[in-house]
Write a protein of this length. Structure first.
Length: 477
């Protein structure tokens, strides 16, 4: 593909300031499929300068002008959906079916919801003697991950455009090629020069330069809690706003009145989708202690039916993990679960039978897990499910909240109101009742070390806005 060794700055594909490159590896074959240029502080400075200059005019555009731009971006994105799905499948290992049905459409959905939020947002209101106005915060630094790449790019770029902000995007260097296509979409849509800029690189060289940059007014980061702490620390030197969506270790409370065969099978597959590489995956399944054996048998049978293999095959349900680093981490944590005494129901260390190359991992089920075990506390980011027993609903809530994370939680019951009662007691930003999926029309974000701020729809738009009071402008007050 074109433009892999260039950055998109001020409406043009430009040469980087460094000669450093990085190979992009197909995790199914362990072979390189491209190489990208890796930027440095000089590239960030150039991109930020372009964004700062563009902000002077773009921040003054009308709602109608920004809506028209988002509309063009949406149409151009639609035209590249096949390309986007294909490249996501190659560079991060998502099965082509998932990439086509979920990975690529997720980006489109956020652009559309941003457009809807823009058109319905209350930009001005009266308060006392003041007129309250909402204005774009300024130049925004966007750092996005590899696991749902277009979902996170569009969930930041869409509302930033809607708000009237300009931006510099650093996508994950592990899966960066989809971001190049996204930049081509932005260019094709006629995005004004400097409004959207793309610089590739790693955290120490590009991420830190962005987070600490005095001319970046806001950082929006999605990734690990460890990296999020670094972003916040660097951003603190210039007192810029930081919005973070970080790790998770989501509890999944299966209440005694739930339909076990249906619910446990559904949620076991849910953990394994995207090869378990989702920050909100329901990886801690809490079940009544008296029904642990029953629940474990259902989860085991489900996991053993999941087809692991070549992501280019329509029959494949889960592909490889994204990288060798991720593969080694998941293998080590599976071994840790065995060593700590959890009952291994199926899966375990090593690749699935018949797969001798690629970062493939066995869907793995542990039962009789204690919540203080590593597999119950650490974010594994692989298709690994821990079944944890509870004595009663009070203990279930206690276990659910016994984590440093608070991104998502799941509750299933035969009675929706019963599920909601338990859900209200769990400290998490998104509580999924009876299998409800992620809703781009609802806020997304976490409690505790899962981050701060909210994304999606009008809540995402609010993150990119400042609130100003024009005092004495409301005569009625």
């Amino acid at each position: 593909m074109e433009n892999t060794n260039k950055f998109y700055i001020n409406g043009e594909w430009v040469d980087p300031s460094t000669s450093d490159t990085l190979e992009v590896i197909n995790p199914a074959t362990e072979e390189p499929i491209a190489s990208i240029s890796m930027g440095g502080k000089a590239d960030v400075d150039k991109a930020v300068a372009a964004a700062k200059a563009a902000f002077e005019t773009f921040s003054q555009t009308t709602v109608e002008e920004r809506a028209a731009l988002l509309g063009r971006i949406i149409e151009c994105y639609k035209a590249r959906m096949g390309d986007i799905a294909g490249i996501v499948s190659q560079e991060m290992g998502a099965p082509i079916g998932l990439a086509t049905a979920a990975q690529a459409p997720a980006g489109l959905g956020h652009l559309m919801y941003s457009l809807n939020a823009l058109n319905s947002f209350p930009w001005e209101e009266d308060a006392g003697t003041a007129k309250i106005v909402r204005e774009p915060i300024g130049v925004c630094g966007l750092i996005t991950p590899w696991n749902w790449p277009l979902n996170q790019i569009a969930a930041k770029v869409g509302p930033a455009i809607a708000a009237g902000c300009t931006m510099v995007l650093k996508p994950s260097e592990v899966a960066p090629l989809n971001a190049i296509i996204f930049a081509e979409v932005m260019h094709e849509a006629g995005t004004p020069p400097g409004v959207f800029n793309l610089v590739h690189g790693d955290g120490p060289n590009v991420g830190v330069a962005m987070s600490s940059h005095p001319d970046i007014d806001m950082m929006s980061f999605t990734g690990s809690t460890r990296a999020g702490i670094s972003v916040a620390q660097e951003a603190a030197t210039t007192v810029k706003r930081v919005a973070q969506e970080l790790g998770g270790k989501s509890p999944n409370v299966i209440l005694d009145d739930a339909t076990f065969p249906e619910v446990i099978a559904r949620d076991t597959f849910g953990v394994c989708m995207n090869t378990g590489q989702s920050c909100n995956a329901p990886t801690r399944m809490l079940v009544p202690a008296s029904r642990m054996e029953e629940a474990a048998a259902i989860a085991k049978a489900t996991a053993e039916q999941i087809k692991v293999g070549d992501p280019s095959s329509q029959e494949t349900q889960i592909g490889p993990l994204v990288s060798e680093t991720q593969f080694n981490k998941v293998q080590a944590l599976i071994q840790k679960g065995i060593d700590e005494g959890a009952t291994l129901q199926t899966g375990g260390v090593g690749r699935p039978d018949g797969l001798n190359r690629g970062y493939f991992v066995k869907p793995t089920i542990f039962s009789d897990v204690r919540n203080d075990m590593a597999i119950a506390q650490e974010e594994i980011f692989g298709p690994v499910l821990s079944l944890i027993p509870y004595a009663d609903e009070e203990e279930a809530v206690e276990i659910a909240n016994d984590t440093v994370y608070g991104l998502a939680a799941y509750v299933s019951s035969g009675d929706l109101e019963h599920a909601a009662q338990i859900g209200r007691k769990i400290r998490a930003g998104n509580v999924h009742l009876n299998g409800a999926g992620v809703d781009p029309g609802a806020p997304f974000g976490g409690y505790k070390q899962s981050g701060n701020g909210r994304e999606f729809s009008k809540w995402g738009l609010e993150e990119f806005l400042e609130t100003k009071a024009l005092l004495g402008y409301n005569a009625a007050g």
